[in-house]
Design a protein around this ligand. Sequence first.
Ligand code: FES
Ligand code: FES
Length: 394
Amino acid sequence: MAEISIQVNGRQQKHEAEPRTHLGDFIREKSRLTGTNLSCEHGVCGACTVLVDGRPVRSCITFAGACDGHEVTTVEGYNDDPIMSRLRTAFSEKHALQCGFCTPGMLATSRDIVLRLPDADEARVRIELSGNICRCTGYQGITAAILSVLQALRDQPDAQIEALRAAVVQDVQQDWTQNGFTTFEAVQEEVQAPAPVAAAPAASGSADKGKGQAIQGGFEARFPADQVWAFMKDLPKVAGCLPGAIIESQEGATVQGKIAIKFGPMSAAFKGNATLEEDNDRRAAVLRGEGVDSLSQSRARGDVSYQVLPDGDDRSRVEVELVYSLQGPLAQFSRSGLVQDFVRRMIAEFGKNVNLRLEKPLAEGEEPVVAEFNPVKMFFSILWDRFKGLFRRS
Ligand code: FES
Ligand code: FES
């Protein structure tokens, strides 16, 4: 047990809690503030959203210990908030709630929209709300309520709210610069822009981190660098080593196909295309891909950069970096540590398959046989490792 001290709604709350206690349980069970609702408890529904230091956070996937020394605001603590007072009235007028289960989380997210996006239109409001699920209202009333608050503030600006907005703009910009996040507008422009002419791989062999989350990994190959490079620039062979990937057609350096991903609660099948750009001098390449999951309509983009480095005469090491972005319902998973562990292990699986193929090259017309991949086993193995890590830390 550890002593955790959090300022909840302006009052210091100091309680003993286990390191694994999430903020939602801390608020409900230790602080006895039951206005925050828990539903999915894995970051999907948004019902548990509260403000931590003024920013919306899913309390079910935030450790209480990580909030030690910080300020948390729950639905019980918005009485003096000028934006929330307008939102509450608007929610009531526009019939933005029915059973009310989602409402504490909806209000926290709505406040964030009003703060950050004074000019948001209906489409943007709906996108911003996509991380909060309501089973009753159909979202019409919620969207109308937020739009009415935004319009009222445009018609008649409020000095107190303008000051809050100015502070948040500065805060968010600083955070985004530090973390290399891409703005919504930049991503939207990129999506709408005509496909760029493929550029040569960057000299450093790493992709532009401004495009999304970056994960590094790598694997050892039991073969000389030139042999591994000859394999790694052959697109169908590379794709054939990616667990769950299927190539449907190829034209030059571009392939069409799909990749199926199953990991715990997340399951998706992205269909799209990928292009390989190679740099023979450096034995480096970038595989640029994008696709859409037909079920969730989530869109994924990713650049896999890799470079084959000699390790003595007979062996080599392949350094891999994945820079990816997810849009749509699956975006909520994109930064989770579990997903990052998953990608690193996928890279290791990929390495196993590359070694296997180099050891036993396919005969003409032979169907590829890759090392067996078990996503369920991998999911539980990652969870187990994290569980053990928890005890090591405590
Ligand atoms: S309960 Fe936290 S997101 Fe669903
Ligand atoms: S009002 Fe019932 S879940 Fe949203």
